[in-house]
Design a binder for this molecule. Structure first.
Ligand SMILES: [Zn+2]
Length: 252
């Protein structure tokens, strides 16, 4: 798939980056990203990926838009209240004239769903807020050997973690899940400052673009935690758990 003259102008700023060029923009155009969860994180990540020229995204979310979502779930407006987030996110993204094909599934994530099972997926973004679903996504990523970028944001803290199953020593989400914040209550109850989800969602998109375009460095085995009260990052080195059920058989 080649960049046409219109997209050459639209993406000139990225194409002009040193070492990026048309070849990496074309890699983005050929890429298919699965985004699970289109709440705060997923809205930012999906919009940034589509705006940057990713060619196909599939959005999976079973939930509907609520008034209390609108402060941070930027793809939705009051007219969307009560409607499925996945369909409304797709409609908004398509209205913005990005080159992306946008697929949506109004359902809870399951590796056997037809949009996922057997599909060519280059990368997964976990933008959910539920530990059981996160572990399910991680196991699918490990089994399918698809890179996974997990994000979380609650109150005044954000977390970011990248798992690359094709790297033999890469810790998976399950290896480090005890460090990840379990979200026991919705953001509307626990509280969150709206831009915190933007910081993490956009960083998930940045990591995704770097991996898809093979541009810059993306470190695995690192958990990054953002303290929005001080605007400081902490980075923790993590290692693969020897007996992790999710990833022990993922490398060939
Ligand atoms: Zn593991």
């Amino acid at each position: 798939m080649e960049i046409d003259s219109k997209n050459a102008i639209k993406y000139a700023a990225q194409i002009n980056l040193e070492g990026f060029d048309f070849a990496r923009q074309e890699k983005l155009l050929r890429a298919h990203v699965l985004i699970v969860g289109v709440g705060g994180l997923g809205c930012y990540a999906a919009q940034t990926l589509c705006a940057a020229g990713v060619g196909e995204v599939t959005i999976v979310d079973h939930d509907t838009v609520q008034l209390s979502n609108l402060s941070r779930q930027i793809l939705f407006c009051e007219a969307d209240i009560g409607l499925p987030k996945a369909t409304q996110a797709k409609a908004r993204l398509l209205s913005q004239n990005y080159p992306a094909t946008v697929n949506c599934v109004v359902d809870k994530f399951d590796e056997n769903m037809s949009a996922v099972n057997g599909a060519r997926i280059d990368l997964i973004l976990d933008c959910t807020d539920n530990m059981a679903v996160r572990l399910k996504i991680n196991r699918f990523a490990a089994k399918s050997r698809i890179p996974l970028i997990s994000g979380a944001a609650i109150r005044m803290q954000g977390q970011l973690f990248t798992y690359e199953p094709k790297q033999t020593d890469s810790a998976c989400f399950e290896c480090i899940s005890s460090f990840f914040t379990e979200q026991n209550a919705a953001c509307s109850e626990s509280g969150i400052l709206s831009p915190v989800v933007g910081v993490i969602g956009n960083l998930q998109a940045l990591q995704a673009i770097k991996l898809l375009a093979t541009y810059g460095d993306v470190e695995s085995n690192k958990l990054s935690i953002f303290d929005a009260m001080t605007s400081k990052w902490s980075e923790f080195k993590v290692t693969r758990a020897a007996n992790c059920h999710a990833c022990k058989n993922s490398t060939l």
